[in-house]
Ligand binder design. Structure first.
Ligand code: NAI
Ligand code: MN
Ligand code: ZN
Length: 339
């Protein structure tokens, strides 16, 4: 089989490897589609501190089970599946309270272990989630990015009374807009970004207001409209955003952070305690595959609004370069492995 291997930073090869055999408890997935994410590019460029090389990247992938290991029901052969990249131990403290996404021995497919940019991948059977026939392939491959939004929104119990402010209209901001508007039906969603094309996509995804905050003051806009955000999601992840979010938030608001910056950020405690703000963080997803599959079955979200490009996997280098360089026109870029 062919696999897309990052041998070391900035060295990507499409390599011939033996087709892997599933061991007990595993299934083998013949990959059909995979999505490119910022973290794939970071591993490629040597900017992911967790990555070990060589590595088959890719943690957003969909395919068909074509072999099963011992102890796995043989009737799963032929099943269409999306794979949860989060592998956890099941018994540590975070696992015991329903947070396998921060398991003390967390393994993420495509980061710590070989992932889905390959013609075949072996994965734990319980990570391979059945996709109902009514959900098309290009929706199935988008389950993982929407699980990030499901995890973010799952922290804060959004309601129809909420006013949400989202920083960043990249793939993560857009999945979050769809979840807040279409699943939770929050009253108002304001999104801020510096790129007008991305702001247009955000409006298509359901945002009520899309603000270019490099040209317009967000504070002035919110004041003019009389909007006090009761939810703030930082899907842009610059360290300076937290203090601004604290300033703009309504009393009793919830703020969710998604960033992994190692730079310090300065915040004033009074702004948090004075308004009794709740600050959450969200990493990967905790058992959100069935949640998002349900959203898809019920037609609540539309992944096609995020998919801008599809490449055959042989052109993966072009695909990643376009994804990195053209934020105006690229959102989710897919790779096809088999037709
Ligand atoms: P992206 O880079 O495509 O999107 C970020 C967007 O934020 C860009 O459109 C950029 O123009 C905008 N932006 C930057 N600074 C801004 C500011 N000060 N105000 C408003 N907008 C600003 O990235 P993507 O894929 O959407 O991911 C977003 C962030 O979420 C990344 O930092 C990524 O590392 C993080 N992430 C976190 C995950 C988690 O589980 N916690 C999972 C996936 C991504
Ligand atoms: Mn991803
Ligand atoms: Zn664990």
């Amino acid at each position: 089989m062919k696999s897309i291997v990052i041998e070391k930073p900035n060295a990507l090869n499409i390599t011939e490897r033996p087709v892997p055999e599933p061991v007990a408890g595993e299934v083998r997935v013949k990959i059909k589609l995979a999505g490119i994410c910022g973290s794939d590019s970071h591993i490629y460029r040597g900017h992911n501190p967790f990555a070990q090389y060589p590595r088959v990247i890719g943690h957003e992938f969909f395919g068909v089970i074509d072999a099963v290991g011992d102890g796995v029901d043989r009737s799963r052969m032929g099943e269409r599946v999306s794979v949860d990249p989060v592998i956890s131990c099941g018994h540590c403290y975070p696992c015991s309270i329903g947070k396998p996404n921060v398991c003390t021995s967390l393994v993420v497919l495509g980061v710590h272990r070989d992932g889905g940019f390959s013609e075949y991948a072996v994965v734990p059977a319980k990570n391979a989630w059945t996709i109902p026939d009514t959900v098309p392939d290009d929706h199935a491959v988008m389950v993982e990015p929407f699980t990030i939004a499901a995890n973010v929104t799952g922290q804060i119990n959004p309601t129809a009374n909420d006013i949400a402010l989202i920083y960043g209209a990249g793939p993560m901001g857009l999945t979050t807009v769809q979840a807040l508007k279409r699943v939770y039906k929050v009253k108002t969603v304001v999104i801020a970004d510096r790129i007008d094309e991305r702001l247009s996509m955000a409006k298509q995804c359901g945002a009520d207001w899309a603000i270019n905050n490099s040209q317009q003051s967000l504070q002035d806009f919110l004041a003019e409209k009389g909007l006090k955000p009761t939810i703030v999601v930082d899907a842009a992840c610059h360290p300076s955003i937290l203090q601004e979010a604290i300033t703009l938030a309504s009393p009793a608001a919830r703020i969710v952070l998604m960033g992994f910056s190692s730079d310090p950020c300065q915040i004033v405690q009074q702004g948090i305690t004075g308004k009794e703000l709740s600050i959450y963080s969200s990493r990967l997803n905790a058992n959100k595959f069935p949640v998002v599959i349900d959203w898809l079955v019920n037609g609540l979200i539309d992944p096609n609004q995020l998919i801008t490009h599809t490449f055959d996997y042989h052109h993966v280098t072009d695909a990643i370069e376009l994804f990195e360089k053209d934020q105006q026109h690229c959102c989710k870029v897919l790779l096809t492995f088999t037709k």
